[in-house]
Design a protein around this ligand. Structure first.
Ligand SMILES: [Zn+2]
Length: 263
């Protein structure tokens, strides 16, 4: 499933948190805990305004935190959500003009997971992605750096060395560190069965490099890297994964229904 970019970028009214999927059970979604109120703290500049003065609505902004819980009754995982809020004018259910508190999340603990991982995905690779999810709203570039590290660990998993032999100036040979691009090329040479994921690995590497060296990447760039990563991890570690291109090819080949093992 591609990253739900709308769900992950929309701001929300304080009592109406988005239905972020629970990473613990994968069945429920985050919901505001019953009988608890979000904590709101206006900015220092707003608190210093004299009460008797007329206050512009735009001046009321600050920070919030709230506790959410998974909606699935067998799970009930707890989450801390925090970030910034601001106020704006809107209308309520009866069409009366009211001031509304809009929340802009910065962190969720434990982090929600925009993509899914096949069970066979190495834990250390998955952990790097989860680190990226934890900081994605704070620093998309740092999150892309975590994704880049996940690629290095993925290549470790396939036995691609981190160092290689290279000619030195005296005509001899020396051991040098292989950069990520060279390691991906090594994977293509040594593990032919993963050849179809090489373009995807290179694409994620380019985005990881942008986040690491350029720092001009944004959330959409991170979501691009996650979409490509989810697909390539499924190809590598999910034996039942099939792409729409493969399905299309099989239908065209048989000029009708695909042949399946049990049909
Ligand atoms: Zn849950």
């Amino acid at each position: 499933m591609p990253v739900d970019r709308k769900l992950l970028t929309e701001r929300f009214y304080v009592y109406d948190i988005p239905a972020w999927s629970c990473p613990t059970c994968g069945r429920g979604h985050l919901a505001l805990l019953d009988n608890t109120l979000p904590l709101m703290r206006p900015s220092a500049s707003f608190r210093k305004l004299p009460l008797e003065n007329y206050v512009e609505i735009e001046q009321d902004y600050g920070v919030f935190s709230l506790i959410a819980e998974c909606s699935y009754k067998e799970c009930k995982e707890a989450f801390a959500v925090s970030g910034r809020y601001y106020t704006e004018m809107g209308v309520d259910d009866r069409n009366f003009e009211v001031s509304l508190t809009v929340c802009d999340p910065v962190a969720i603990t434990p982090p929600i997971q925009p993509i899914k991982f096949p069970p066979q995905c190495p834990d250390n690779v998955k952990d790097q992605f989860i680190s990226a999810f934890a900081i994605m709203w704070q620093d998309a570039n740092a999150a892309l750096n975590r994704v880049r590290t996940a690629l290095e660990l993925l290549l470790d998993h396939f036995g691609v060395p981190r160092k290689g032999v290279s000619p030195d100036k005296k005509g001899g040979r020396k051991l040098v560190r292989l950069n990520l691009h060279r390691r991906i090329e090594r994977l293509a040479q040594t593990k032919k069965y993963v050849a179809d994921v090489i373009p995807a690995l290179l694409a994620v590497k380019y985005l990881g490099n942008d986040g690491t060296h350029d720092t001009s990447a944004n959330l959409d760039d991170l979501f691009d890297a996650l979409d490509v990563s989810e697909s390539l991890l499924a190809r590598l570690f999910d034996p039942n994964h099939i792409t729409t291109e493969q399905i299309t090819s099989e239908i065209l080949k048989s000029k009708g229904r695909r042949k399946r093992k049990n049909t």
